[in-house]
Design a protein around this ligand. Structure first.
Ligand code: HEM
Ligand code: HEM
Length: 394
């Protein structure tokens, strides 16, 4: 019942076949949906949920695939039902080998891509996110993405042929090929020879060699989308900010008061390969709301928005360790320019950048609140929080 015979699939083999089949089909659908979902502020949440589901299912497929192969090695393989149809038997066996390889190549290339890039959509299994020995590297993530993409095409084409074959047996030939995998019934000649030819496995190996070889060489740039044909050392590309928050917190009579600027914009150039770039942000000071003290904050003592309606920051971006980045430049506020380094974390994946950073300013550097020379009513420190999501136009 549990084990295979030379004429039937046991319960365990059928469990592995159908569970993995369903999970793989779901993951193909999710992967393709992700590919065709436009990157925008509105879709970021959906993409994150979708990719986390995709990755979590994919990792489960890998674990099941390992168990399945161990089981398959220990088991007899049911004989082909029509061994005399040489070409058909060859094609079916080659497809099985391709599919066996696919349930390793896809999850592994996906996981390498996930480990090599920083952040975005986590895997939900509680065993850690990253594969050992895989460094954080944009170039490696691009290569893995290409392998994943090429493998997806090989898988989808083979699954289509495999399903068509199963349906042909059920509908045209009206034999028991599908029933044998569905219900575990016996079919085929007990004395029949189990396919022991190496040719179908070699054909599968050749197809995988071409697909993976092509993915890491011919299409070496990220999905063929960007090329460094100009030979420039660094390629910065503009990022379009989708949404975000610029907030400040000050201590008023010892209590923290937080407010936000409703209107601001940022032009961001960033090269993921080198981790360098440039940011130019302007903040509409008149759009500040700071609770019950909004009017005072905008007044001549502080932001003086009548005279200085804009605050600007212009700086160079540099990468530290992992997600850590900094932007170093000049902040111009109420007509005074002060050097500022903003430390922030940048998570970058699938064309979506999520940035969050904080810094602390001293209002005295900008001569703000001269009439409040101590901290009894208004603190000196102004905490600034910046969070934003940006997309790389395709
Ligand atoms: C059964 C396993 C899997 C299948 C069948 C599968 C299939 C696919 C397909 C068809 C796509 C869309 C085509 C493409 O953009 O490459 C895709 C994209 C993607 N998959 Fe998978 N995948 C699997 C496992 C995984 C795993 C385990 C991970 C990560 C841990 C992963 C991460 C991704 C990512 C990040 C993308 C987007 C690629 C990009 O934007 O370039 N996948 N997958
Ligand atoms: C609706 C979808 C599917 C149907 C109807 C289907 C049907 C079948 C049938 C009837 C067999 C038995 C063939 C024989 O005895 O010669 C089989 C075997 C097999 N199928 Fe599928 N299949 C489906 C999806 C998949 C998927 C998505 C995969 C892999 C990712 C897969 C991998 C395999 C493998 C490796 C075998 C060889 C037998 C084994 O060692 O388990 N199948 N399938």
């Amino acid at each position: 019942m549990f084990v295979n015979t030379t004429t039937s699939y046991g319960l365990v083999a059928r469990f592995f076949h159908w569970t993995i089949a369903v999970l793989v089909l779901i993951d193909i659908v999710l992967g393709v949906m992700g590919k065709f979902t436009p990157r925008s502020g509105d879709t970021v949440g959906f993409l994150q949920l979708m990719y986390s589901t995709h990755k979590t299912i994919g990792v489960a497929v890998l674990a099941l695939a390992i168990l399945r192969v161990i089981w398959a090695i220990l088991q007899p393989r049911p004989v082909p039902l029509h061994p005399e149809r040489r070409a058909e038997t060859f094609a079916a066996e080659a497809a099985h080998w391709i599919l066996y390889a696919a349930i390793f190549v896809l999850p592994l290339s996906g996981w390498v891509m996930h480990s090599a890039e920083v952040g975005f959509a986590p895997i939900w299994w509680p065993f850690g996110q990253n594969l050992p020995f895989v460094p954080k590297s944009e170039a490696l993530a691009h290569t893995a993405a290409n392998v994943h993409w090429a493998a997806g095409i090989v898988l989808a084409a083979t699954v289509a042929a495999h399903i068509s074959g199963a349906l042909k047996h059920a509908i045209l030939d009206r034999d028991s090929t599908l029933a044998r995998m569905l219900h575990g019934i016996e079919a085929g000649n007990r004395q029949g020879e189990i396919g022991k030819h190496a040719a179908p496995a070699l054909a599968a190996l050749l197809i995988w060699g071409l697909a993976i070889g092509g993915a890491v060489t011919v299409f070496a740039s990220p999905n063929g989308a960007q090329t460094s044909g100009q030979g420039t050392a660094s390629q910065t590309t503009g990022w379009a900010v989708q949404n975000g928050t610029v907030a400040i917190t000050v201590a008023q009579m010892g209590a923290a008061v937080t407010g936000t600027f409703a209107n601001w914009q940022a032009a961001i150039e960033y090269d993921p390969d080198t981790g360098t770039g440039h940011v130019n942000a302007s903040i509409d000071a008149t759009s500040l709301s700071l609770g019950s003290v909004t009017v005072q904050a905008k007044g001549p003592e502080f932001f003086d928005v009548e005279t200085y309606s804009q605050a600007t920051f212009d700086g160079e971006i540099a990468r530290g360790d992992g997600m850590a980045h900094s932007a170093t430049g000049m902040l111009t506020l109420v007509g005074k320019s002060v050097p500022l380094t903003l430390d922030f974390d940048l998570e970058l994946a699938n064309g979506v950048a999520t940035m969050s950073g904080t810094t602390v300013l001293d209002r005295r550097d900008f001569d703000m609140g001269a009439a409040y020379p101590d901290e009894s009513s208004v603190g000196f420190s102004v905490e600034v929080l910046i969070e934003l999501t940006a997309i790389q136009p395709q």
